[in-house]
Design a binder for this molecule. Structure first.
Ligand code: AMP
Length: 466
């Protein structure tokens, strides 16, 4: 596969090239270099790419290019049927993808609408009824609009499942299945995932046709340019350790991960008490509050954003220098996602994990997944912890079991997947697994599945290939 050193040589429509240059992209990232020609050629693609690799432009630019010959300047909604659908797991990711798409199509008559839950449906309904070629959506709200006949997917030519692993983790498979059933069989399909579980492989086998695997980092590997550090402390020292690290390393614009919503709130408050500009972003916050916190973080008015995995999913913060795991994630895959927030688009970054003895097993799981040992480093605690640390309150103790239950995978996840190149799973027919897909596992954004028990991928996708 040849490498492209600038955006002029793909043969993309000049309006797209101009938009990309206006955004300051000079050189295609590796995934763009590989994926753009394949998608332009009409191939199905399985992208093994972490966030921050530039994957959005990798799929969006060639999709836009393929849509342009049919683009119409007419005002009539009928002249703007939905031709491309991009599904994303969270509102934030949908917003960010759509933001980028809107920039890329700014010099063309194409239209793009964003559809996600937690906000008023009316403006979305209006946008859909006016006609749009590209929809970027989270699955649940899109189904609401389809149910209300606000839009139709009958003319979709291209579909993207972005962050497919996270969509499965969040229990979106039934919704995705319902949506896919409304698409024409003849279409181009793209799927992106940072990690590769058996379920992802099965979804790929059902969803994609003769796909080309495009990858830019080892499967389940962490970005090489992320410096990973581990500090082992006593339970009661966690906050002091965090404060020391923030202070000694002069860290600004740090994303701090915790495992529970209540831990998130409490840690942000604790940091504020220590005169740190901190805010919290978690599933109980409204969309407006989350966007405001994110904006403050991007602008630099908030130095430390404390986040749960779900809330942070898809956050696009360029040049984020550091992430800190205040809690070790329950699922090793979440570690990969978390540290993917730093060292984006080729920059180097720092990923710090603060672990207590009770988190040893979780750390070992991560090391197995990334096939690397993270040697613990000594830490000098500058201040004694002020009062109760956020994670040890009675309130948290009460909430923890429920949240853990909601967050922890039902069964141990598979360790690192085998090497990628030799993996021919795309060519194999679907084989039903005895293991059901895990139910919704995260602290919010759980789609309404009517309390159904987790169903198998095969059943949900109609049991076979298209
Ligand atoms: P993504 O992995 O798609 O979320 O992209 C990560 C970030 O990199 C986004 O802020 C993009 O706007 C930016 N980006 C994508 N492609 C390029 C490029 N070729 N050059 C510079 N920045 C890029």
């Amino acid at each position: 596969m040849s490498d492209y050193h600038d955006f002029d040589h793909f043969g993309l429509d000049p309006r797209i090239v101009a938009a990309v240059k206006a955004m300051g992209y000079a050189t295609p990232t590796p995934i763009q270099s590989k994926a753009i020609p394949l998608v332009m050629a009409g191939r199905d693609v399985m992208g093994a790419a972490q966030t921050g690799t530039g994957k959005t432009a990798g799929f969006a630019l060639p999709i836009i290019d393929r849509l342009l010959p049919q683009a119409s300047a007419s005002m009539s909604p009928a002249r703007h049927p939905v031709r491309a659908l991009i599904l994303a797991p969270t509102r934030e990711l949908a917003e960010q993808v759509a933001e980028n798409v809107k920039m890329y199509i700014s010099g063309t008559p194409l239209r793009c609408a964003t559809v996600y839950g937690g906000v008023d449906m009316d403006p979305q309904t209006q946008a859909l009824r006016n006609g749009v070629e590209i929809i970027v959506a989270t699955p649940g709200r899109l189904l609401d609009h389809l149910g209300s006949k606000n839009t139709s997917l009958s003319q979709v030519q291209m579909v993207v499942l972005d962050e497919a692993d996270r969509m499965l983790d969040m229990g979106f498979l039934p919704d995705i299945s319902r949506i896919l059933n409304q698409l024409p069989k003849e279409r181009q399909s793209l799927m992106f995932s940072a990690t590769f579980s058996e379920e992802i492989k099965k979804l790929a086998a059902n969803f994609l046709r003769d796909p080309v695997l495009v990858e830019v980092a080892r499967r389940n590997a962490t970005a090489d340019n992320v410096q990973q550090e581990l500090y082992r402390v006593h339970e009661s020292e966690k906050t002091a350790a965090l404060l020391s690290l923030l202070h000694d390393r002069e860290l600004k614009q740090v994303l701090v991960f915790v495992n529970t919503k209540i831990g998130c709130r409490r840690l942000a408050r604790e940091l504020q008490k220590h005169a740190i500009n901190a805010d919290a972003i978690h599933g109980d916050k409204s969309q407006d509050e989350r966007m405001k916190a994110l904006e403050g973080f991007k602008q630099g008015t908030i130095d430390v954003l404390v986040a749960t995995d779900v809330a942070a999913r898809g956050l696009d913060i360029v040049e984020l220098p550091a992430v800190i795991n205040y809690d070790v994630p329950y699922a090793p895959e979440d570690y990969v996602h978390r540290i993917g927030r730093t060292a984006r688009a080729g920059l180097s970054g720092l990923a710090i994990t603060i672990a207590t003895g009770s988190e040893d097993r979780a750390v070992a799981g991560i090391e197995r997944l990334i096939k690397r040992t993270i040697e613990p480093k000594p830490i000098e605690l500058r201040r004694p912890p002020r009062g109760e640390r956020p994670g040890r309150s009675r309130e948290r103790e009460r909430e923890a079991p429920r949240e853990r239950q909601a967050s922890a995978p039902a069964a141990p996840r598979p360790a690192a997947a085998p090497a990628v190149a030799a993996d021919d799973f795309f060519n194999k027919p679907y084989e039903p697994s005895s293991a059901g897909v895990e139910p919704a596992t995260t602290e919010d954004e759980v789609p309404a599945v009517g309390g159904k028990s987790p169903a198998k991928v095969a059943t949900l996708l109609g049991g076979g290939k298209r």
